[in-house]
Design a protein around this ligand. Sequence first.
Ligand code: UGA
Length: 434
Amino acid sequence: MHRICVIGGGHVGLVAAACFAQMGHSVICVDNDSAKIALLKKGKMPFYEPKLATLVKKTANSKRLVFSDSLDNSIKKSKVIFIAVGTPPKSDGSADLSAIEDVARVIAKNLNSYKLIVEKSTVPVQTGKKIKETIARYKKGDATYDVASNPEFLREGKAVHDSFYPDRIVLGVDSKQAETILRQIYSKLKTKIIVTDVNTAEIIKHASNSFLASKISFINAVSRVCDKAGADVEKVSQAMGLDKRIGGDFLSAGIGWGGFCFPKDVEAFAYISKKLGYDFSFLKEVTKINHEQQLYFTEKIRERLWVIRGKKIAILGLSFKPNTDDMRFAPSINIVKTLEKEGAELTLYDPKAMNEAKNIFKSKKIMFAKDAYAAVKGCDCVCFLTEWKQFLALDFKKIKKTMNNALIADGRNMLDPVKLIAAGFEYIGLGRGK
Ligand code: UGA
């Protein structure tokens, strides 16, 4: 059992804290947002993530997980400190590391005994080195410390599952002591452990996210060719994915990737590569294809409706993917804003992200519906932008009756065009022929 402090109660930190506690460690989850900590102390979740509320409740009840807004005390009481604070993008594409630097200084100030400081947040290569230097500069006593990188690979919406069943654990360490402690922390998980130096671990994380985003952009580019050739991208990706060297995951064409990780990580990787002297222009193309895919989707709607101005458009699905209420950098934002700018009257619905959406879209032209059926009533087109399971169970006969014009724009290729066309709908997909 280790005494662990996780700094940051967000999508990565809170999940990690609860999972470490479940693995038998004694964990303090600390966040400088006192309102968030107060909420967590009451057993309420600051965001939606399946299975997390139950795990937090269980580990908090057993006292293995506690919450605090006092960084100083939490650091002093702990031996292992995981940094899981935000690293948002700056306007030049680089990662804003000011929260990490702040934390490094506070750790230095509270270094009352040996501590292992572990980066969990996604950071550019050489951040570990900077953390180490910062602590050396600000620490007072003679307590020793190590800095390690243990990148997180969990996906939102599947975070708890991914934490307990990871494909691999990466430990970027520069001392045997750091490696031993981290191995002990994860000893209950049965998976491959890759031990590297800190720089390599940092690159593994950036390269993994950039590769996954590239895979999606690749299939989205293929979807454009499929549309032009009258071919079916769904079959193309299915057949490609059966080749074990390619693999079928992250090969679904659609309106592209969003969320708080891919957009910022791809840009940050390109930025740091350039700074180190290599122009990774490939990654710029990956981002460009992603952006164009959203424009292409709205173009397809425009083509069918001729004029967007004055048309009633229903949007089903707003979160950047299903099973989360997260709308950060969601493709839906660009699509809704483009349609709104062109004068569409929009009605939005998402099973979980309504509060987030209300904070993002303030225009009078944008309305919010209580459910999917209310959203589509009287509309000229319905767009599916997130592949929520419950949308597959909708009664499309009922929907058709209430629509003004039976046009479906399927931004996730989640519906069956053959069935819908037979039921009298017009159908727009991506890469499924014009
Ligand atoms: C991503 C990575 O998958 C995680 O391994 C990583 O830990 C995380 O970033 C992070 O850095 O914290 P996440 O952002 O939760 O996880 O979401 P993903 O499931 O990767 O999906 C990202 C986007 O790609 C979504 O908008 C999704 O709709 C889109 N996507 C995914 C596609 O358009 N097509 C696909 O085939 C797969």
